[in-house]
Design a protein around this ligand. Sequence first.
Ligand SMILES: [Zn+2]
Length: 163
Amino acid sequence: MDTLSHAIWGAIFFGRNGKKRYRGYIWAVFFGVLPDALPFTAFMLLLLSGEIGLATSPWELPEVVVSYRVGHSFVTAGAALAAILRFYRALFIPFLAWPLHIVMDIFTHTEDHVPTLFLYPLSDIHLSFVYWREEPLVVVVNYIAIALVIYFLLRIRGFPGRR
Ligand SMILES: [Zn+2]
């Protein structure tokens, strides 16, 4: 799914956390976009270093492919979870935006379009249902769902500025 959706769903499900609420949202967005931020950062670093040009397809670059797979793996996320539970338990709830990102991508990428190898590097097992970029309906339904969920949450929790 697109990175903005990951950020929003992460914030919706795992942002509300403790007293300092806004921090929970920032962390949930951070973990929600992290899997996509890794390959993007790798690509930008290669671009800035002058090793590649703008015409290069990111998916031709092993650095991009490997960092994408590392970010979209429950193996990596599990290791990060162990570290968080050991050193910074307060981040546990917002952290869950990361595995949620992986779950969403498992169902919205296909064999031919950056499959989500969710057990990388242990296994290359993956599913192949639909690729979100080629199926506008998936994106439309996704954003309608986001709008509805936000609307109902605001109804339950109260609209900002209203009592
Ligand atoms: Zn992703």
